[in-house]
Design a protein around this ligand. Sequence first.
Ligand code: 7RM
Length: 655
Amino acid sequence: MPRMAIPERTPARPIDALLRESRTFEPAPEFRRQANVSDPAVYELAARDPEQFWAGFARELEWVRPWDRVLEWNPPRAEWFVGGKLNVAANCVDRHARTHRKNKAALIWEGEPGDVRTLTYQDLYREVSRFANVLRSLGVRRGDRVTMYLPMIPELPIAMLACARIGAPHSVVFGGFSPTALAQRMNDAECRVLITCDGYWRRGEVVFQKHRADDALRQVPGADTVIVVRRTGDRVPMQAGRDRWWHELMAEAPSECPPEEMDAEDVLFMMYTSGTTGKPKGIVHTTGGYLTGVYATTKWVFDLKDSDTYWCMADIGWITGHSYIVYGPLANGATTVMYEGSPDWPDRDRLWAMVAKYGVNVFYTAPTAIRQFMQWGPEYPARHDLSSLRLLGTVGEPINPEAWMWYHRHIGREGCPIVDTWWQTETGMILITPLPGITTTKPGSATRPFPGIEADVLDDQGRPVPPGAGGYLAIKSPWPAMLRTIWRDPERYVNQYWNKWDRSTYYAGDGAKRDEDGYFWLLGRVDDVMNVAGHRLSTMELESALVEHEAVAEAAVVAAPHEIKGQVPAAFVILQNGFGPSRELEEGLRKKVEEVIGKIARPERILFTPDLPKTRSGKIMRRLLKDIVEGRELGDTTTLRNPEIAEELRQAYWR
Ligand code: 7RM
């Protein structure tokens, strides 16, 4: 792995200012008294015997056969709950449908137009079982992959749980990704079955998802079965022999379907995520460890109670939605809320109206959303009674203290603990976070590793750095929900995550510092991964999308700071001979990126240039481009083949 500079934190305040952040917030005594965990001794207990600590949570789940060993650790390969057998759907649904929770809402869903569907645990049991039978009747067997390209509608968690029920790993592709991105993921996973819908609502308009799916399917030779959910009722083309309506298949399916007995280490799902190359990685998660990890963290971090209504604002197309809308909350028997649409439809108070309407108690969102709420102004939350809220969470990127304080004041009304949770697609579960009944929080810090998690900040040689110094975030021992591999690419798994130091230390790709109290302050990515409004994008993917355009000879993309989205892509583009800069071409390039990756990746700035700063061996010095977009003084340019270009670009960028 190349040496990389640890970033100063952008766009939030510089780290020195953060480390001087002196406000602290202790858990209120009333909160502490009722918390699921309030004894700080859990940290030492877990550290002394992490395997027993995790086994304690695993025992709260339902196993068909108990495990023989908690952990088999042959770095960097881990197996958790070896020999154990269980089914994730049985744990998330059946287990509760047999108890007092059978008529409790498992899922409260609201569509953008205001339509509502509530599924009790018993309803969910029947829907999941029916759909599991549908999948089986279409020839889906244990081990077959199933792709979903769906918006935030109840059929998405139903389909995921149905897959879990029959042991078919799912691959949910974010509904906003482009057809090309969907095709690439389906091909990589060798999926023959796709679940999609006619369309869905976004800011009062219909997005025709089926057309997008059809575009993708033209590039997926192996796809032979498409199940289409009717959401908007619009007419969509249905290809005979391939496309079937969800509701027609469901009408004939029996509502009993015995769950497959799965091995703890069988694959539950894969989730594609951007890495440092142009090719997204299929992150593989398994059954027993994953469920234990998300169950435990949901229970302790969100302090979830049987009486709670819990709402995570993420899209299920991202890992946050998998772990903390679907599997974690349902494993806990909670009521989880789902919303289809846009937070500013029909007005900017939509979310707060929903919090009041459903009496939401626990609310989890991302810093980019909080900054957006801040910009809209406190009058929108002030229109509604938010007194049901008792705990707030944030995830996705470092939160700047201003946004933290705004969240605390205007959403939490100064009475809710805030949990700033650090984790990744790869970690599957929250790893660094406050425990709301124990931890004194500091705005901007994710505080401490969850009990049983061993984290540190290391330098290039693997030495721990002193307090206040920057380094790389490292996880020093395995955890139950950790990724097991990259789909069909075990070598990349090792190289990417376990090759920086000693093969038993996980390299997260994030910069971090610790303060005098041992609190972690995350500093952002140290690799070519950027974080746009909480979405992971790779600069390489963007660059290769741009050079696919006929007018582009070469492109370099870096992340520029952005007030609301955190980061946005800025592209420096060299044109082919015969093409000149123009507004139309700029728009054409944005369209291209949208086509290849999706709307979220559209470059905010495109700068046409005759040349890029390059080393003598011809490598683009992205570090200098970063200096430019972050408004810093230019770093060392002496090793450049063309030193003058950096300054020219800086002037052009800021003109
Ligand atoms: C859950 C998720 C992972 C990357 C990760 C970080 C950044 C996430 C925080 C955070 C600072 C946080 N998965 N990140 N949470 N940075 N504080 N609380 O976002 O795979 O999509 O992204 O997100 O850089 O490496 S992800």
